[in-house]
Design a protein around this ligand. Sequence first.
Ligand SMILES: [Zn+2]
Length: 319
Amino acid sequence: MQGFNKYYPPDYDDEKHKSLNAYRGKHALGDRARKIDQGILITRFELPFNIWCGTCNNHIGMGVRYNAEKKKIGSYYSTPIFSFRCKCHLCDGWFEIQTDPKNTRYVVTTGARQKDEDWNPEENGGFAIHDTEGKAGPSDPLAVLEKSTDAQNHLTKVQAPRLESLQAVSEQYNADPYTLSTKVRKRFREEKKIEKQKRDADDQIKGKYALPETLGLVPDDDDAKDEARQAWERGRRELELRERSKRRRFAIDVTSIPAVAPSREQRKLAASSSKRSQPHNTVTSLRARILENTARQSDPFNPSSSKPSGRKGAGVIFR
Ligand SMILES: [Zn+2]
């Protein structure tokens, strides 16, 4: 029985016995290590393929498990080769299976026959994937020579000159780092000074007109001034044109007032205006009011003119 518990008997001496297992004369792996002196450990081994027992000739399916005697029998490079000796569960025969690290598989050595179920691509009209022989070089020695000559040419005519030119550029740049650094720093200082002046000027303007800090100002140079002047002149010209066209339209409207009886609105307007102005000015004030109405109707920014009025007479608003 393995020493599962940690009971230390009174006569147990740590220095003498070293461990409880040693005190009881047991191996840590217990009964599985009963043949450990022969280099055999009992392990549970599962059949990796179908076999026929060599003694009873029965078929034993893949996946059947045995208490196999595992033993190291050699090594492939540094990888150990193990053999598993199992007793057939249908008879008293033994069979042995070994690992095959070279081909990463198991092989049956004695006492049984393996059922060959490996997929063979060549048999099934395909090509073998693993080429264990390794690639042989080109058989034509002239082809080999040509290949090496091409590589040599490429090296001498393309790669070496490219490397040399790169090296020359690098040397030129790294010849005098002190001078280069001085130049760069000098330019940087000058630019920094100009930048600071500009920033100060901008800040002054922003402070004067209470502009937000984040507002970016365009540089104060001749181009910007020219641009601003042109924009101002353009705006003024457009305004003038608009005014002129408005005036012209009023004149046309006035001349085309129909000679019909005045509407209720007109009469009202006339009455209201006559109250305020002199009686002999009635016609003049009526005209002025009509002009005003017309202007309001044709003004695109006047909300009252955006109403669609189907009965739009010349210069008179009918409501
Ligand atoms: Zn058997």
